[in-house]
Design a protein around this ligand. Structure first.
Ligand SMILES: [Cu+2]
Length: 484
């Protein structure tokens, strides 16, 4: 088993950055990393701050709790304020969030604001953007929330994400008023914590020992994902903290336009999502609007978000998130009238090929202006179950050489998945563009090559990593390092 401390990661990253220049440039011109305390980080925040912007306060305490997941299943886990998901934060684009995070856990924690272009020193990556919050400690995160959309927050320490530590962060756009009659936020999750003595840390320790497997054998085969759909056998799947035994209920009126904001908070599971008897119109992903597309089902990878509209029928209808390749499901219920609905029944909408993120396009006015890339980085993703070494460019975090960019540059990343499993590639602090689509979390399938570009307009040190929590913790993480 391999262990390391994130302590010293920042110095390692800085050393790697400096080392890259040794021998090819005089020391005086060697690039130095733009650290979270750099004046340019505060300047970027000032540029985002609107005069007289309202400050929205929030507070949460991460602590051990016993949580009822429905159907008589109560689990000992870690959660925000004793609930799963944690209490939603909701504010308007341009407002300032001031969140007080208290650590009631027996170990360090942090909060990462997934999808938001926050100031770097509020990004919640321990030892990279800030110190972790020690047990018994607290910290105030305060930053401008520039962009509307469906986002969420979770810790960025170990595999804490695979406990109950997650919650939605919804940023409303006043321009969207009147778009829907009703709205529901649905958080999808795979669950093992507190069931049969399991917990995510023990699960990771087992995986890191490696598995004896037939070469190329898939644990959870999925044609849509081009190979293996996961590494971990979670016994339960949840929508809004409920198993299918006692599902969450969304209420609306017949004929109403209902907005569903979908967040995949799972650690190791992509979900195939559908609502029985309904067509879905996808209108946004990862906080960015898309040219609306109708579909029967869509596939949601870990860390991805989708906003979908439907016109509610008359009755009760299963809302289903099938755990791709895993032969089980999470479910909720859409109810507009009395009557029964069996959330375990077959759902025709799940059959056929689901829509994927790459099938979507962003409206032209929200795309990055066309310009040549100033710098290009190759990102090769590799790994297997036998070694459980999930690498970037052949190295394990924190030994992956950082990807350097300079403020104002356009940076291109050429991603190649050389493994037999899909990886949801997530970039902090930016929304990149792949083809004609803005995303912050991109599924890269086995054997696939993908390119994306980012506008380097948010200085600091940012994680680029796989959002499979177990892959990331096993090493598939790197830093996009602004240098000067
Ligand atoms: Cu991965």
């Amino acid at each position: 088993m391999r262990t390391w401390s994130r302590r010293g990661f920042l110095t390692a990253a800085a050393a790697a950055t400096a080392g890259a220049a040794v021998g090819c440039a005089p020391e005086s011109s060697a690039p130095t990393p733009v650290l979270p305390g750099d004046p340019s980080v505060a300047a970027a925040e000032r540029a985002r701050r609107l005069d007289g912007a309202a400050v929205v306060a929030a507070a949460m305490t991460a602590a051990p709790a016993t949580v009822d997941l429905g159907g008589g299943l109560a689990v000992a886990t870690w959660a925000y304020d004793g609930r799963v998901p944690g209490k939603e934060i909701r504010l308007k684009a341009g407002q300032v969030l001031s969140a007080t995070v208290t650590n009631g856990l027996p170990v360090d924690t942090t909060l990462h604001w997934h999808g938001l272009a926050v100031r770097n020193d509020a990004d919640g990556v321990p030892h990279l953007t800030q110190d972790p919050i020690a047990p018994g400690g607290s910290r105030v995160f305060e930053f401008t929330v520039p962009d509307a959309g469906t986002h969420w927050f979770h810790p960025h320490v170990g595999v804490q994400l695979d406990r109950g530590l997650y919650a939605p962060l919804i940023v409303e756009d006043p321009a969207d008023l009147g778009r829907q009659d009703a709205e529901a936020v649905l958080v999808l999750d795979d669950w093992l914590d507190g069931v049969d003595g399991r917990d995510p840390d023990a699960e990771l320790a087992t995986l890191l020992k490696g598995m004896e497997m037939d070469h190329g054998m898939a644990m959870f085969p999925s044609p849509v994902l081009g190979g293996d759909a996961g590494d971990v056998a979670h016994p339960h799947f949840l929508i809004n903290g409920r198993t299918i035994a006692e599902p969450h209920v969304v209420t609306a009126g017949p004929g109403q336009r209902v907005l569903l904001r979908l967040i995949n908070a799972g650690a190791d599971t992509a979900f195939r999502f559908a609502v029985a008897g309904h067509r879905l119109t996808v209108i946004a992903t990862d906080g960015y609007p898309v040219v609306p597309v109708e579909t029967s089902s869509l596939l949601i990878g870990m860390g991805e978000r989708y906003d979908v509209l439907l016109t509610a029928g008359d009755g009760a209808f299963p809302i289903v998130a099938a755990a791709e390749g895993k032969g089980a499901r999470a479910a909720a219920l859409l109810r507009t009238a009395s009557g029964a609905a069996d959330v375990t029944a077959g759902v025709p909408e799940l059959l056929g090929t689901p829509l994927l993120g790459i099938d979507l396009t962003t409206p032209p006015e929200r795309l990055l202006p066309a310009r040549p890339a100033d710098v290009t980085h190759d990102v090769v993703l590799a790994g297997d179950m036998a070694t459980y070494d999930w690498t970037i460019n052949g190295r394990l975090h924190p030994d992956v050489p950082p990807f350097e960019v300079r403020e104002g540059q356009r940076a291109r990343f050429r991603v190649q998945n050389a493994s037999a499993m899909f990886h949801p590639v997530h970039l902090h602090g930016h929304t990149f563009q792949t083809g004609s689509l803005r995303k912050d979390t991109l599924l890269v399938l086995p054997g696939q090559k993908a390119e994306f570009e980012m506008r380097a307009d948010n200085p600091g040190q940012w994680m680029l990593h796989c959002h499979n929590a177990y892959h990331g913790e096993a090493g598939m993480m790197a830093t996009v390092s602004y240098v000067k």
